[in-house]
Design a protein around this ligand. Structure first.
Ligand code: 5GP
Ligand code: ZN
Length: 132
């Protein structure tokens, strides 16, 4: 896709610190890392959200994630891996991507949420288990 920054990275029109690549996907380091080794896994095909991800591609990405985790454990001595994938709200780049964020003791990573906007979990459960 013409104006997509991640498509440009795939086509090497803009540079990236690529750590893994095959016919289907690419993994490169995030330009604004949350922790050391913070990486992004993207499909080479331009898709936007998880709704467009085919099962076969997801399975392949799972294998790549496991391989990256292993490499990070061996080379960066990570103590955990946080996996985040934004769709719509919270998604800055509209090309599907999975954040692979290495974790270290006392790395300062924290969940950010607005407690004031939360509704009862019982109410949520009823909504999410009711059949249309
Ligand atoms: P999102 O908020 O869409 O889930 O995450 C987008 C991520 O892409 C951000 O963490 C941001 O730092 C990263 N990013 C945006 N533009 C570039 C770029 O040109 N190169 C690299 N390596 N990362 C980028
Ligand atoms: Zn794209």
């Amino acid at each position: 896709m013409e104006d997509c920054i991640f498509c440009k990275i795939i086509h090497q029109e803009i540079p990236s610190e690529t750590i893994y690549e095959d016919e289907q996907v690419k993994v490169f380091l995030d330009i604004h890392p949350s922790t050391n080794g913070d990486a992004l896994l993207i499909p080479k095909k331009h898709i936007v959200t998880i709704d467009e991800v085919e099962e076969e591609l997801m399975l392949h990405m799972l294998k790549v994630i496991k391989e990256m985790k292993k490499r990070m454990e061996e080379q960066l001595d990570i103590k955990g891996l946080t996996i985040i994938q934004n769709n719509g709200c919270g998604q800055e780049v509209k090309h599907f991507h999975i954040h692979l964020t290495p974790r270290y003791p006392d790395d300062g990573m924290d969940h950010v949420y607005n407690k004031e906007n939360l509704i009862l979990i019982q109410e949520i459960k009823e909504k999410l288990t009711s059949k249309k």
